[in-house]
Design a protein around this ligand. Structure first.
Ligand code: SF4
Ligand code: SF4
Ligand code: SF4
Length: 279
């Protein structure tokens, strides 16, 4: 039976992957998090991802998400999507092309908001939905990003860490296939999470909203929410004007438990959650 490596207590409720109990995370956070983060680092080796966000003195900074990596020569950022080589920042995702796969998901989908969003209910018809009820016969374009700025040990979509499986997909490709298929009524950015690829996702979303005319095509985000606040605000605006949703995956309110689960702080996520709500 799994046990806590700090206090020695044994319980089926203690995660072997995390290695410590809830009580120690709250009462002895330094010791407990040291163990949890070592376990995170070990799992990341398998995917050739850096154990922690790099902080190399004199390195190249990236501010797309709260990891705020500072990468030295030959290093990759925490997400693995960006890095430094030849003294320059490289990125597997640009404003014109992202690293993802996509598929059509028939409505009503298993999207976590489908029980109240326009696709599942017709809410906002006729401006934001094509039918007065569920949009049966229509599709969500599911956009699965590779890479994430968190390292949740229980990630439901862990394959996003295998970056080599992501395809280079351009804004033009997504916009053209949507314009050609009148049955697509929403885009859902998920994965992985959008933060390391927000410049691409925002550019693609803005383009489809501009080019779709009066047609319904909502833009939704399903993310961990720790992106740069300026980009998060812009993404939220695109959802707002298209009738879409912004879905924050809030893993835990307690900062230490959040750290143990994801290897990252929840501070930025909670601030962005408030920002999107307020603005
Ligand atoms: S992507 Fe948005 S609009 Fe489409 S099913 Fe999901 S929550 Fe609803
Ligand atoms: S934030 Fe979501 S996609 Fe990223 S590691 Fe956590 S569960 Fe997986
Ligand atoms: S997107 Fe985030 S995790 Fe990736 S390199 Fe930039 S700061 Fe680091």
């Amino acid at each position: 039976m799994p046990g806590c490596l700090v206090c020695g207590s044994i319980s089926p409720l203690i995660s072997r992957a995390i290695g410590v109990c809830r009580t120690c995370l709250k009462e002895k956070p330094e010791e407990a998090l040291d163990i949890a983060l070592k376990n995170h680092a070990e799992t990341r080796m398998e995917f050739r991802l850096p154990p922690r966000p790099p902080r190399t003195s004199g390195g190249v900074p990236c501010n797309l998400c709260a990891a705020q990596c500072v990468m030295g020569e030959g290093e990759a950022g925490f997400c693995g999507v960006r890095g430094v080589g030849g003294g320059r920042l490289w990125s597997l995702s640009t404003t014109d092309a992202g690293l993802l796969t996509y598929y059509l998901d028939p409505h009503v989908t298993n999207c976590c908001n489908a029980w109240f969003c326009p696709a599942g209910t017709g809410c906002g018809y006729p401006r934001y939905a094509v039918t007065e009820g569920a949009e049966v016969g229509y599709y969500n374009l599911a956009l699965f990003f590779y890479g994430c700025s968190f390292n949740c040990l229980f990630c439901q979509n862990w394959t996003h860490k295998v970056l080599s499986c992501g395809k280079k997909v351009t804004v033009k490709e997504l916009v053209n296939l949507t314009l050609k298929n009148g049955r697509v009524t929403c885009w859902c950015w998920f994965g992985g999470s959008a933060e390391p690829q927000l410049p691409f996702a925002i550019n693609a979303s803005r383009t489809i909203i501009e080019e779709k005319g009066e047609r319904v095509c909502r833009v939704c985000w399903e993310w961990n929410g720790d992106g740069h606040p300026t980009l998060v605000k812009r993404a939220g605006e695109l959802s707002y004007i298209s009738g879409g949703n912004v879905k924050f995956d809030l893993k835990a309110f307690d900062p230490n438990i959040h750290f143990a689960l994801t290897a990252m702080s929840n501070e930025r996520t909670l601030k962005n959650f408030e920002l999107v709500y307020q603005e």
